[in-house]
Ligand binder design. Sequence first.
Ligand SMILES: NC(=O)C1=CN([C@@H]2O[C@H](COP(=O)(O)OP(=O)(O)OC[C@H]3O[C@@H](n4cnc5c(N)ncnc54)[C@H](O)[C@@H]3O)[C@@H](O)[C@H]2O)C=CC1
Ligand SMILES: Nc1nc(O)c(N)c(N[C@@H]2O[C@H](COP(=O)(O)O)[C@@H](O)[C@H]2O)n1
Length: 225
Amino acid sequence: MHVVVNAAMSADGKLSSRRREQIKISGSEDFERVDRLRADSDAVMVGVGTVLADDPSLTVDETELLPQSDDGTPRQPARVVADSRARTPPDARIVDDAATTYLLVSGAAPVERIKALSATDAEIVTAGETRTDLDAALDVLEAAGIEQLMVEGGGELIHSLFAADLVDELTVFVGPTVIGGRDAPTLADGEGFIDEFPALQLDGVERMDGGVLLRWSVPVSEPNS
Ligand SMILES: NC(=O)C1=CN([C@@H]2O[C@H](COP(=O)(O)OP(=O)(O)OC[C@H]3O[C@@H](n4cnc5c(N)ncnc54)[C@H](O)[C@@H]3O)[C@@H](O)[C@H]2O)C=CC1
Ligand SMILES: Nc1nc(O)c(N)c(N[C@@H]2O[C@H](COP(=O)(O)O)[C@@H](O)[C@H]2O)n1
């Protein structure tokens, strides 16, 4: 599986405000690029923090970019939520019938939450005891035919993916604004690294929407000899 993390951040590295409300950082050119990246991916993933904050649909707007299903309708990429305790609301847009949705829960998810979500069309994948085991869960997705996985955030999930060495590419739009706030989400939150910081290779820099798009890849780490 190829994992591409994509996000938009302010010039000071924030994904949204301290109120955790979605902020429009990208301009039209970047949003069109994101739409194409979604269309080129087999699935689009977020953490449940993003679902609770933004209620995203994660669908492709330009449906001409999509392949056709057997019934002739455009086939949207699947949606994926890392959701250890099954906190996704059953009426969230991400579990509507626009696309297949996988909810990656852990063994700690309360039975009544799982029951409520089982009434939606979402497929529930259990991996990990108290927190979603991303390595194991991504293996399940790969077995289901997901070869390119796009991850849109937020900062907790992105940190965990780097910590588990699961990221292949990182694209970041850095927009022309300052959000500030010590508690505002950043590109990689979680506990943070104190050594063995993930290394990146810069593959491209492009001016866009008054900001800049940075394309990074994650070099394959050499096994210890
Ligand atoms: N500017 C941008 O491109 C984007 C901004 N955002 C913003 O990010 C914020 C949400 O980000 P966060 O609060 O960091 O939440 P998040 O979206 O990263 O979700 C974190 C949650 O995912 C669940 N989870 C399950 N397994 C996990 C694992 N192994 N590792 C980490 N988390 C796991 C946990 O419940 C955890 O609390 C919102 O304010 C949203 O607007 C989100 C996506 C894109
Ligand atoms: N790429 C990008 N640029 C911005 O300026 C943003 N605010 C975001 N936010 C993320 O986009 C997702 C919303 O998806 P839908 O449009 O509802 O499909 C969600 O994950 C936001 O946090 N992204």
